[in-house]
Design a protein around this ligand. Structure first.
Ligand SMILES: N[C@@H](CCC(=O)N[C@@H](CS)C(=O)NCC(=O)O)C(=O)O
Length: 289
């Protein structure tokens, strides 16, 4: 694998010892590895997730909906530990055949509705509650433009740059160069967009901002891959202004700790079943319970 003269064989075969941080969970086969039902709580929405940037897009939207007065957006957020392979349980595969967090079940109707892919979940909830997705044709289209931009662009940031810069078993110059170039180009796209607009799609805060913030906001705020200096993120001043403004929102501070299972010493909440769970996790250490 480290041999620079590697010549691909005629037919690829699975080398389970290929290394890297995710070697233990990556497989070339889809479907469940074990039988296990998902837990379910009392609320209309059941979210199965982890506090990664893809996961927190959804918990931020839930907390924004609750903060905006939609009490019927109450949700249970269950932890799916992807390093332990919980995404390959029969229950999780039943709601997301792609075995990736986040996935959600809406249990309000006669039949439960499964929703997977974070972008799909954001659109689903925004449409159900009539919030954070513009209704006017041009603004709505622009919101989808940036939402789909994020879904398409970010695999270069996470699966490309992040993987080779932070997680690969060894550092390889070629992929790090290639993906650093692309990520800096993406940061510049956002920076130029935000030079002219308060939020990505104009003067309104939408699900496009919620989708982009955990990734590109996280990057310029120095939270991803320990790469802030390497990518000189301080250059993207408009993006930084936007990232700081969104990060200061109370609902964002609530959403970003839900299903957070690791971190920098800040608050974490493995599972969320009520607003009080979040309040308690955010309360200063030593505050009365
Ligand atoms: N396009 C998907 C990507 C989801 C995704 O990549 N989730 C990762 C965590 S951030 C995951 O569940 N990985 C588990 C695995 O690959 O087995 C979305 O936005 O929902």
């Amino acid at each position: 694998m480290t041999d620079p003269t590697y010549i691909p064989p005629k037919v690829w075969t699975w080398d389970s010892a290929s290394g890297g941080r995710f070697a233990s969970i990556n497989r070339p086969i889809s479907g469940p590895t074990h039988e296990k039902d998902l837990p379910a709580g009392a609320h209309p929405f059941q979210l199965y997730s982890l506090g990664t940037p893809n996961g927190v897009k959804v918990t931020i939207l839930f907390e924004e909906l609750l903060a905006a007065g939609h009490a019927d957006a109450e949700y249970d957020a269950w932890l799916i530990n992807i390093l332990e392979g919980t995404q390959f349980s029969s229950g999780f595969v039943g709601i997301n055949p792609n075995s990736k967090i986040p996935a959600m079940v809406d249990r309000r109707g006669a039949e439960p509705v499964r929703v997977f892919e974070s972008g799909s979940i954001l659109v689903y909830l925004a449409e159900q509650f009539g919030k954070f997705l513009p209704t006017e044709h041009k603004a709505r289209t622009e919101c989808f433009n940036w939402l789909f931009w994020q879904m398409g662009a970010t695999p270069f940031l996470g699966g490309g740059f992040g993987h080779f810069y932070a997680y690969a078993p060894e550092k390889y110059e070629y992929p790090i160069n290639r993906f650093a170039m692309e990520v800096k180009r993406q940061l510049d796209v956002l920076d130029k967009q935000l030079a002219e607009r308060e939020y990505l799609t104009g003067s309104d805060y939408t699900i496009a901002d919620m989708a982009v913030w955990p990734w590109y906001g996280g990057m310029v705020l120095g939270r991803l891959y320990n790469a802030a200096e390497f990518l000189a993120v301080h250059e993207y001043k408009n993006l930084l202004r936007w990232a700081e403004a969104i990060g200061a929102r109370a609902a964002v501070q609530r959403g970003r700790i839900v299903n957070k299972a690791w971190g920098d010493g800040g608050p974490q909440l493995l599972e969320r079943h009520s607003a009080a769970d979040v309040d308690a996790a955010l309360a200063p250490a030593g505050a009365a319970k």
